[in-house]
Design a protein around this ligand. Structure first.
Ligand code: 6CS
Length: 297
């Protein structure tokens, strides 16, 4: 199976491409290059094809510290670094990243545009029913970014529901949007933004009173933009975490991956990756995908 992504979006040497709703399936008007990708079908094909071509295509978001495309185009971040290490233990040389919105990750996986998701796509019932998650790599929390001093005192989802004047920025199809929906926060109180920076822009432009995103993602944004405050972790947002997500059809690849991941999680290298990106490796100890897939939404 190959997928056609326009030349401008494929940086094979750097290992990253950009694939968004605007690009998916549309003729882009510029010459396209076929981007080789492991055949779908039985996981044995996927594993063997990935080994022979030397890489696995991974859907990512470019939201540090979960995923990051560095200045030279290399795919990094906590989840791609763990994926790369486990893939190398399986005999797959590297990963090639395709940047895409969270809402496109599972559809793109099931359309064979990439072969795995390693993006901090948090486990919850509706996602776990569509893909095969590996055991979790991280467990993390949600927070609100607010204007300095949090003038409207936004600290909980319940507080947002109680004050209909409050507007909360969230990513479309993101976990946070699902949390607000599950709490019956009306769409009229939700401001959809494409990524971290546009969430902060919505605060600055007073189009939103708060921006909900994982705590560590907001802390990463604050390194470049100290203009906002970050609340303590939101107590009434469900606890969850993430790992790699595979197609349902890739059951034996998923099994082989989990086996290697379980061994890798016991190594100092695993702890080193998590610590490098600001995660506490002890938090995920003993946590299972089965448990996190019970998360509502
Ligand atoms: O799982 C999700 O949809 C969320 N995960 C991350 C790492 N950032 C925001 C996104 O909504």
């Amino acid at each position: 199976m190959t997928s056609n992504i326009s030349r401008r979006n494929v940086f094979r040497g750097a290992g990253v491409a950009v694939f968004g709703a605007a690009v998916a399936g549309l003729a882009t008007g510029c010459s396209s290059v076929a981007v080789g990708g492991p055949a779908s079908g039985t996981a044995a094909n996927l594993l063997e094809t990935a080994k022979s071509q030397g890489f696995l295509r991974v859907g990512i978001a470019n939201e540090p510290p979960y995923t990051q495309v560095s200045a030279d185009g290399k795919v990094t971040g906590c989840e791609p670094d763990v994926l790369r290490a486990v893939c190398q233990r399986l005999g797959i040389g590297d990963v090639q990243g395709i940047v895409t919105p969270y809402e496109s990750m599972i559809p793109g996986l099931n359309a064979n545009r990439w072969d795995v998701i390693a993006a901090g796509l948090f486990m919850k019932q509706s996602r776990c029913s569509q893909v095969r998650y590996s055991e979790p790599v991280i467990v993390s929390t949600e927070s609100f970014a607010t204007p300095k001093g949090n003038p409207k005192g936004i600290t909980s989802v319940a507080g947002i529901l109680a004050d209909k004047s409050l507007r909360i920025a969230v990513l479309p199809g993101g976990f946070e949007e699902g949390v607000l929906k599950a709490a019956n926060v009306p769409a009229s109180q939700q401001v959809k933004v494409n990524d971290g920076r546009s969430g902060l822009e919505a605060l600055k432009a007073n189009r939103a009173d708060a921006f909900m995103l994982p705590t560590l993602s907001l802390k990463a944004l604050a390194k470049d933009d100290p203009s906002f405050d970050i609340t303590a972790p939101v107590k009434d947002a469900p606890r969850t975490g993430s790992g790699a997500a595979f197609r349902q059809a890739d059951a034996s690849f998923h099994e082989a991956y989990n086996k290697e991941l379980t061994a890798f999680k016991k190594t100092p290298e695993f702890a080193g990756i998590l610590t490098k990106w600001g995660f506490d490796p002890s938090v995920v100890e003993g946590v299972t995908a089965q448990e996190l897939c019970q998360t509502a939404g």
